[in-house]
Design a protein around this ligand. Structure first.
Ligand SMILES: [Zn+2]
Length: 239
């Protein structure tokens, strides 16, 4: 049985840290739509510029980034996000560096989320190969290391204090997960419709059959747990 760990009712701020424009829409946009619908403030932090996802020989990295950022802004509008923060690291070259950790920490301290969602910090062999893109692994590792200990500890990256960013404690971390999930977040049909509209906004990346696949995967998740639709996470509560 899944553990029912809906976030504490006093929480109302979330941050989603992912590598690419469209990662959040694939993995957790139902949850984001649900929380925005409930009045939460949700912020995305996009680590890379999405500048590599094209087979078109005429495409340039600069043009692709512009297209993908516009698609992400459109998705954000559909979902009702507070804002999207762009860290602008080059797509496909992301590593869980101290520099990336500092940049994510800055965003955590700035927006002070109660709950942070990110991707898995490791490769899972039993899964679809594409879900273990090295940038996803790097973004997940850097985000988890930013929550603990870096965003919490004032003596780490003292320059952030000088910039005015005081330490912040994130209360829950939700890692998008299939094999290791301990929480299935119920998503209504209405929220799923909004989420899939946001996914479809990534027109340069997401063909209609991919949207169908995501819908049936989340429906399948839900069916196993007597829910209409569900998104799966491995969750951590920090004391
Ligand atoms: Zn991706």
């Amino acid at each position: 049985m899944p553990i029912d760990l809906n976030p504490d009712p006093k929480y109302s701020k979330a941050m989603v840290v992912v590598a690419h424009p469209d990662d959040a829409e694939y993995g957790c946009s139902g949850t984001v739509a649900k929380w925005c619908n409930q009045g939460w403030e949700v912020v995305y932090v996009l680590c890379t510029d999405g500048s590599k996802g094209s087979d078109d020989p005429q495409m340039t990295p600069e043009r692709l980034t512009e297209i993908r950022y516009n698609e992400q802004e459109e998705a954000a509008k559909i979902l009702g996000l507070k804002t999207v923060e762009y860290l602008n690291y080059p797509d496909a070259y992301l590593t869980p560096s101290l520099e990336l950790r500092k940049d994510i920490t800055r965003q955590i301290r700035k927006h002070q989320p109660d709950v942070l969602i990110t991707t898995a910090p490791f490769r899972t062999l039993g899964q679809n190969y594409g879900s273990s893109h090295p940038d996803h692994i790097a973004a997940g590792e850097a985000a988890l290391s930013s929550v603990y200990p870096t965003a919490r500890d004032r003596l780490t990256f003292p320059e952030l204090l000088e910039e005015g960013f005081e330490p912040h404690k994130v209360r829950e971390v939700w890692v998008m997960s299939r094999d290791d999930a301990d929480h299935y977040n119920e998503i209504s049909e209405d929220d799923m419709n909004v989420a899939m509209k946001a996914l479809a906004a990534h027109t340069s990346q997401v063909p209609p059959e991919a949207i169908e696949r995501v819908i049936s995967w989340k429906k399948e998740n839900g069916k196993k747990h007597n829910m209409e639709y569900a998104e799966s996470f491995r969750t951590f509560t920090l004391r």
